[in-house]
Design a protein around this ligand. Structure first.
Ligand code: GRF
Length: 188
């Protein structure tokens, strides 16, 4: 059995989509969803989906081994950041080399780095009149959005697209590609 651990800080629509994708797969399980927000919508979704949601405190994340211990205990095949907003401590990266991946809602290296998350990214894409945007799935290293790229997918942006339209297009790409990339990494 392959075990995935997901990290999420917000709505968790990617978590739900990934869970649905693997729901009929008896060889892959979502062992847990870890979140740093005790009121995040992702917790509600996990309850509906029957997935364990574990909350951890941001301070403890950086100053203790609480999350490392949970992960060592689960021994996941892949750790997936799906809308997770905190920087991953170096200790975690070192303990799980090439096992932590992230999805970024733009075509890195454009629109990456600190502060570039959620609507900030789509607003910047709109402000710069970009003609395309997309998603980047990449390995996580010690720096924000800088690990090796695994997959990018693009979507056109038209002058009439609002930032909500852009966000919608990007989410569609995420739903389409993220579970498949996870699947191939698990079985690659
Ligand atoms: C996604 O756009 C993802 O790329 C970004 O955060 C968003 C999370 O959305 N890192 P959701 O919580 O999965 O709905």
């Amino acid at each position: 059995m392959k075990r995935i651990v997901l990290f999420a800080s917000g709505s968790g629509s990617n978590v739900e989509n990934i869970s649905n994708y693997f729901s009929n797969n008896s060889e892959v399980t979502i062992a847990a969803v870890l979140t740093n927000k005790n009121n995040a919508k992702v917790i509600e979704r996990c309850n509906q989906l029957n997935i364990s949601a574990l909350y951890f405190n941001r301070h403890a994340f950086y100053t203790s081994d609480c999350v490392l211990d949970i992960l060592k205990n689960i021994n996941p095949d892949l750790i997936v950041l799906a809308g997770f907003l905190l920087k991953v401590p170096e200790k975690l990266v070192k303990n799980f080399p090439n096992k932590i991946i992230n999805i970024h809602p733009a075509l890195l290296p454009k629109y990456g780095g600190k502060g570039m998350y959620g609507m900030n990214v789509h607003n910047a894409v709109k402000t710069n009149n970009e003609q395309e945007t997309g998603i980047t799935i990449h390995y996580v290293n010690e720096n924000y959005d800088e690990g090796a790229i695994i997959k990018q997918a693009k979507t056109p942006v038209s002058a009439t697209d609002t930032t909500d339209d852009i966000a919608h297009k990007v989410h569609e790409l995420e739903y389409k590609h993220f579970p498949k990339v996870i699947d191939s990494l698990l079985h690659g």
